[in-house]
Every structure is written in structure tokens, then in C-alpha cells.
Design a protein around this ligand. Sequence first.
Ligand SMILES: [Cu+2]
Length: 138
Amino acid sequence: MTRRFGTGGVAAVFVAAIALAGGGMATRTSGQTTTREYAVKMRFWKATVAGVPTIAVTNLPADAIAYEGETVVFRVTNESPIPEGFAIDAYGIKETLKPKESKTVRVANVRPGAFVIYCQLHPFSDHYTGTLLVLPKP
Ligand SMILES: [Cu+2]
């Protein structure tokens, strides 16, 4: 995978923040349009909480950030042993990924707001949600 990081002021701070959060993120600008790419891995976890075996699925990174009008591309890979979902209602996205499958989800011309990223196949208490946060143009 190639990582391309943005340069200059705010973008650099941005990318650093995301990198610290553990995200595989890259930005690209062509003409007027900036594209932010997130490599999202769906991971399956087993744990024992208070003596009770439990499972969870997390999207890593869970969250994505962009500015209004940009394009956000999620390259999602399902590393869970069962099918998982990737949905963002506000943009009509509802994908299902088989185990080991990867899909590219593109959201063009995003509008400001906080949009829930979730799995439509499992309860939020098992497959944790994330957020696509879109900031107004600086
Ligand atoms: Cu799920």
C-alpha cells in the first residue's frame, strides 16, 4: 500500500492526528478536488468480561474526517471470519463483505455533518460504530 500524506499547515496537523489514531489514511488533490482515502480493516475480537466470553468487531480506523466538497474513499477489508456490513445511511451506502473480501466505497462531494458508519448485519454492541465527520470549508 502506498501512503501519501498531505503537506502544509492544517492538512499536516490533520493527517498527523489521524495517523496517531492508528488510521491508514492518504490524501490526494487533483484540480479542485481533494480525495481522502482510508484503509479500514474490520477486526474480530474475542474476550472474557467478568467471566463471560464475548466477541466484538471493530473497524480500524473507526472514524474518518474530511472537509465539505471532498471525496472520501474507504478501502474496506473484512478480516472477521463472518460476513460484515459497512453502511452510511446519509449517503445510501450499504455494503456486505464476505470474510477476507475487500471493497472500495467512494463518497463524492461530502456535505458537513457527522454521519454514522455502522454494520447493518450486527448490533452496535457487537460491531462498533464509527463516524464520518465532515467539516465546513475552512
Ligand atoms: Cu458486523
